[in-house]
Design a protein. Structure first.
Lengths: 248, 232, 472
């Protein structure tokens, strides 16, 4: 199966390891992975701040980059949520673009959703002998309805002990520009999430969105907490020995 | 603002011809899976009792009308209120309890003041199984204050008055409304008055009764002969 | 907007109030856990939500018809119906009634609409004593405060504070025991009901086909307020109508289950006009004030009409992670939480609450909790868009997104920008993180580390890998 990777700007610029892990997992699932270079950002930072025109302008890069893709896969519930939930309305003013947006929305998947639902691939082999807790990203779980898929993938990793995260479904406080505009409220939310991560007794926190993980991880690291923060793709790839150096 | 102008503004905003009839709709009231349930009287009674008691309501099961009178008599003896009040004689009592009320010199609504009574005695129109609710229709001799003022509310209900759903009770009220007989005040009561406003600490008897005791006449079944326990 | 009047400023005060935050955590946890338990027990919750939404949508789409039917029925029963475009008109109606009755004392049960028009203040100006009778509202009134939660108004008060307030109101030998405090309130307020000239209630739902007012309470205060004084005034938002009694069953399940996790409300009171001939108690005169106050502006607006579907259950507050941190007063509006952040700027229409839509991480928990499925999270984004469309946006932010627009619209410019940023961050990054409080990052790095850009972007790795593959 041919798959086009939408890596997201945050993974591209800050967490390339997550993109590499995603690529390796898709390849290990038998996919032929393509990375259309014209892609940048889904437009969500501008969109959520009320700058719809700016968001539309940037979002067009994705419409163009993925116009010919069969399926688009991304390691972010939030960015896929933006495409699936908001693109059709965002481009409603232009019938041609609206049609493209609708087509893109239909063929775009969050990684765990794609692996479990489309490919029925839940086991990548390998072991991960750690206590792991899972934070469901709000957009992944609520906008996309991706709830069970990440857990199903984690349950298939041998020696991995999955522990409950108290108040798992509460937002971590990231919210994109919210984390800067309302930083005190955002920090208080992140603090509570960090408390709950520590309270879970897990050594590893895993999620499907780097926005959340950057927020929770940044709070944990400021506290000097020794919880390892990983994207689901990183964990699965590491367990399965699908790692690769990040060099150019 | 003038009524016509107020409504015309709404219609204009909605792009509607003012006063035009609404589009027909399928979704009226509870969903079919709820409204179409078929239950036996026995099931309804059991659910009503369980729900009502879960809400801290009390139920005294009475095998026949004499048992209702006995239970009421015992309740008034055990509670020993400084003053008790009841609906007037003309009110729709589910069971005739006049002699008991007379024996205990219970004040009658419409004849004496009931604004300081400690125990209030009324009938009810329906019991609702789903929610453990007593439906009290008021009007005329069935005064509203009789059950709102006191700390203890004694309610007489026949098992055959227990319906499954709020919708069933509302449908009967709706029928009454069509004949312009729907009372000005219908009270749906599910247990004693309660509040959690002080530090989330649940407490009962805030403004309404702290105890709601239902004297339930099991008029649909012959095999139940439970009588009242100590009510004090 | 001055800094003091901003939600951010008020939130920062609330964030330092440990008692408030503890109380809000405790209460909202309890309410949402109970809601979850009761809805699971009830079953088919999504089908009930769908039904609730369908009924509300239909009603609002035909609001002129149902409101007319409701008012006609009430008038036929002898009630006086007053249609009021705004707060001033509603207060003028109250003034006339108060003068006509030469009223000295008014008892009230909980009504958010009366908070919206600042009724108590108005009555006090008229020289009328107003007493809130809902226990929580009574406490809040004694403290000269406003409710901090739609359902649990005194969420922020300790029992010690409540005891002190009751002592000021004449309580003697009180303890901090709930039973004791409640007994005092019962006695004290009972005197008030019996001596009040007018009782004022809200209206949870108006039933169009019968002209009934449906009131939901747990304490039983609304019944005494409505029935003991000679005159009963009902305040209702114009959207609070349901077509039929049958529809009421749906909301008699949705409202208490969503609000407090109760399977049913303790008292559902159906008041259908003033007392009838032959009735010996109940209010002799009934006035129903139907208020617009910014609501009709939402009708016909595809983005916001659905906000009028709201049944004021407060479920969105109980799951909101922002409300959880800052409580209700930080919103600075009558309606707090997600519904307040959406509704307050819409009703007000001016600039007073324009920062409220930004007090959300857009996590969508509010939508998920809403018993009538109002897409509050989408509405918050749309309000932000309207704000930007109307004002052009705030200067710094506007410049940032203008730059974003240019940079991110082309992958070559985008990669160049990342490479420049990578060089610039050198001065601040340590061990892969930035802790320095610089520029727009200052808020973030106050309590959190920010990750530094990697040495290589994913796309650079991809291109190198592809070349390698080709070479290999």
């Amino acid at each position: 199966m041919k798959v086009s990777l939408f890596v997201t700007c945050i993974v591209d610029a800050v967490f390339p390891k997550v993109g590499i892990a995603t690529t390796r997992l898709l390849e290990a699932s038998g996919c032929e992975v393509d990375f259309p270079i014209g892609q940048t950002c889904c437009g969500q930072p501008a969109f959520n701040s009320g700058y719809a025109d700016e968001a539309r302008h940037v979002a067009r890069t994705l419409l163009e980059a993925f116009a010919d893709a069969d399926a688009v896969v991304s390691p972010s519930g939030s960015c896929v949520g933006m495409i699936r939930h908001y693109y059709p309305a965002l481009f409603a003013g232009d019938p041609a673009l609206a049609e493209e947006a609708r087509r893109l929305a239909e063929k775009t998947y969050e990684l765990s959703q794609f692996l479990v639902r489309r490919l029925q691939k839940v086991d990548f082999g390998g072991r991960f002998p750690h206590r792991v807790t899972f934070h469901p990203s709000c957009h992944g779980s609520r906008l996309l309805g991706v709830r069970e898929e990440p857990l199903e993938l984690l349950r298939h990793v041998r020696d991995l002990e999955l522990v409950d995260l108290p108040y798992a479904r509460d937002c971590c406080g990231f919210g994109g520009t919210f984390s800067v505009k309302m930083s005190e409220i955002s920090s208080a939310m992140a603090e509570e999430k960090a408390e709950n991560v520590l309270g879970s007794g897990a050594d590893v926190l895993v999620s499907t969105d780097m926005g959340c993980l950057m927020n929770i991880g940044g709070t944990l690291s400021r506290r000097g907490a020794r919880v390892r923060v990983m994207h689901l793709a990183e964990l699965l790839a590491e367990a399965a020995g699908l790692t690769e150096e990040v060099t150019a | 603002m003038d009524k016509g102008a107020f409504l015309a503004n709404i219609a204009a905003r909605l792009g509607r011809e003012p006063g035009s009839a609404p589009a027909p709709r399928d979704a009226i009231g509870a969903p079919a899976f709820w409204a179409d349930r078929k239950t036996t009287q026995e099931e309804r009674t059991a659910t009503f009792c369980a729900r009502f008691q879960a809400l801290a309501g009390e139920i005294v099961q009475c095998a026949d009308e004499d048992a209702v009178r006995e239970c009421l008599d015992r309740a008034l003896r055990d509670l020993a209120p400084g003053s008790a009040g009841a609906w007037g004689r003309q009110a729709p009592w589910p069971v005739d309890v006049e002699d008991v009320l007379e024996r205990w010199s219970v004040r009658r609504f419409g004849e004496s003041d009931v604004l300081d009574i400690e125990v209030g005695i009324t009938g009810a129109s329906f019991g609702v199984a789903d929610t453990g609710t007593l439906v009290v229709e008021t009007g005329g001799a069935a005064g509203r204050t009789v059950h709102q003022i006191p700390l203890v509310h004694l309610v007489i209900l026949r098992e055959s008055q227990i319906v499954q759903s709020l919708g069933d009770a509302l449908a009967q009220l709706r029928g009454a409304a069509r004949d312009a007989r729907m009372p000005a005040y219908v009270h749906f009561i599910s247990g004693p008055s309660r509040s959690s406003d002080i530090e989330n600490d649940q407490t009962i008897g805030v403004h309404g009764p702290a105890r709601v005791i239902c004297l339930l006449l099991r008029d649909r079944t012959a095999d139940v002969t439970k009588t009242a326990g100590d009510l004090a | 907007m001055s800094a003091q009047s901003s939600v951010r400023h008020r939130a920062n005060i609330a964030l330092r109030d440990d008692f408030l935050r503890g109380a809000v955590h405790f209460t909202t946890d309890r309410l949402r856990n109970r809601k979850q338990a009761v809805t699971e027990d009830f079953g088919n919750w999504e089908a009930w939500r769908d039904r609730g939404e369908a009924i509300r949508r239909h009603t609002i789409e035909h609001l002129d018809f149902y409101l007319a039917q409701f008012a006609d029925n009430l008038e036929r029963l002898g009630a006086h119906v007053h249609f009021c475009a705004n707060a001033n008109e509603a207060l003028a109606v109250v003034t006339d009634i108060v003068r006509d009755k030469a009223a000295r004392r008014v008892v009230k049960s909980k009504s958010m609409v009366t908070e919206e028009v600042h009724l108590n203040h108005h009555l006090e100006q008229l020289g009328v004593q107003v007493i809130e009778t809902d226990l929580g509202e009574y406490i809040v009134q004694l403290a000269h405060e406003t409710p901090s939660h739609i359902i649990i108004p005194a969420i922020h008060k300790t029992r010690e504070q409540i005891k002190a307030l009751f002592e000021q109101d004449g309580g003697q030998n009180l303890t901090t025991e709930t039973r004791d405090l409640v007994a005092f309130a019962r006695r004290r307020l009972r005197e008030m009901y019996l001596t009040a000239d007018i009782g004022i209630t809200g209206c949870n739902f108006g039933i169009a086909e019968t002209g009934s007012i449906a009131l939901f309470t747990n304490e039983g205060n609304a019944d005494l307020v409505a029935n003991l004084p000679k005159t009963h005034i009902v305040f209702m938002g114009m959207e609070r109508v349901l077509p039929t009694l049958a529809d009421l069953e749906v909301f008699a399940h949705l409202l208490p289950k969503s609000a407090t996790g109760q399977n049913t409300i303790t008292y559902l009171s159906m008041i259908t006009g003033p007392r009838r001939p032959g009735d010996k108690d109940g209010a002799e005169e009934m006035h129903v004030i139907i208020l617009d106050n910014g609501r009709s502006r939402q009708l016909g607006d595809p983005d916001f009409q659905a906000v009028l579907h709201c049944i004021r259950c407060g479920a969105c507050l109980n799951v909101c992670p922002v409300y959880r941190q800052i409580g209700g007063h930080a919103y600075g509006s009558v309606y707090p939480g997600p519904i307040g952040a959406v509704l307050s700027p819409l009703l007000e229409g001016g600039e007073a609450y324009q920062d409220l839509p930004y007090a959300s991480s857009l996590c969508g928990a509010c939508y998920e909790a809403c018993p009538v499925k109002i897409p509050l999270h989408d509405m918050l984004v749309k309000e932000r868009q309207r704000f930007v469309a109307k004002t052009g946006g705030k200067t710094g932010e506007k410049a940032a997104f203008a730059a974003y627009r240019v940079t991110f619209a082309d992958h070559r410019r985008y990669l160049r920008a990342i490479r420049i940023a990578r060089r610039l961050q050198g001065a601040f990054a340590r061990d892969g993180v930035i802790q320095a409080k610089i520029g727009p990052l200052a808020g973030w790095t106050g309590a959190r580390d920010f990750p530094a850009l990697g040495d290589v972007t994913f796309r650079e790795w991809w291109i190198a890998r592809k070349r390698g593959t080709k070479r290999g």
